[in-house]
Design a protein around this ligand. Sequence first.
Ligand code: FAD
Length: 409
Amino acid sequence: TSTAIIIGAGHAGGELAIALRNEGWEGRILLIGEEAHLPYHRPPLSKAYLAGSVEKSSLSIRPQAAYDKAAVEFLGGVRVVAIDRADKTLQLADGRSLNYDKLAIATGGRPRPLNVPNAVAAERCANFHYLRTLDDVECIRGQFAAGKRLAIVGGGYIGLEVAASAVAQGLQVTVLEALPRVLQRVTAAELSAYYERKHREVGVDIRTNVQVADLQISGNAVSALLCADGSRVEADLVVVGIGLLANTELAAKAGLEVDNGILVDQHAQTSDPDIFAAGDCTNHPNALLGRRLRLESVPNALEQSRVAAAGMAGKSKTYASVPWFWSDQYELKLKMVGLSEGYQQLVLRGTPESDSFSAFYLKDGRVLAADTVNRPQDFVAAKRLVAEQIGVTAAQLADDSQPLKELLP
Ligand code: FAD
């Protein structure tokens, strides 16, 4: 009987394993993950779970019984250290080796380390954290207590979500962002200004244009962040959220093509026809944008893994999804679709003051992307406007008295 192995048991790996069985794969399916946990939802780690409003048990994507039913064997707490493509074997950290017929790589990524002199020493301090895994968040949660001073490095989604969760528990929060505004890489200035205002209103000290130059360590703890402008931020705990490095070393060492992610085609196949890849670790073509990209999002991980599963089962599916993302901060549900790069005009629908509005990024009469805040109905319509490249005018988008769905064919 043939064996399919999936390396990495995150959003992509877990979905891929189940989808592979559903696609009719009859042989063994092994899902190998370095983390001990069954695949779990990462988004709540900086949101509801960090805020203490959902239980740990709700984080699992599926119960053990679902993997049993699909006859997926889960090997948790096991790291794959090498892929031998000629022999079609994998080397595990514990010395075992395993044969595969088809392989999937879904190794995700790891936090980008803070590049300052004391960062490595800081990693040995119990109050210094990155946030990617359930184990990371358990440590952070254990230190969350009202009145503590939390310094967050990075004003991206994760940093801001951690800020919102911490404020809800009474911590004193400072966010340090090196760029001139928060969320700079992903939204327009109007949206950044809106989010900065919402955070400041509840007491978060948001400082932009501030570069962390080093960390001050006192005993076994980081006691302050030293900034390039000479300022000091004293802290009881520190969370760093400054981006992700894709886990591509295993693929690169095996001689697969890697360039800002493991290169796959529109069928999630790598440069080796027996090896597929899905999720945050891949660099894939996007038909709508006409270029390759690497995405860090759950919808991408799920959709790409279903395409990879079909390919491994000898069928063919094509990945052609529009990127979309979400972020929850306070009562604000942000949902974004498309990529705004190269937009010519920003159109607002509704007002930020009402906490229910959308922003559309327009180019040549087409919507490239949209950010919607507490507007699920706008998001549904925006997804189609972007995907189907429906022609619209700025006036139509701005007219809040006409439902957006009336613009759809
Ligand atoms: P991962 O989920 O990272 O899984 C990869 C797994 O592979 C890991 O468990 C890793 O341990 C394992 N692995 C790596 N190398 C090996 C090896 N050599 N051997 C064995 N196992 C290995 N996305 C959204 O769309 N919306 C959100 O709101 C959102 N919020 C987020 C909040 C946080 C705090 C974080 C950390 C991420 C968030 N994301 C969000 C991003 C989302 O979680 C990722 O896009 C998604 O997890 C990608 O899934 P993946 O399976 O590709 O990678």
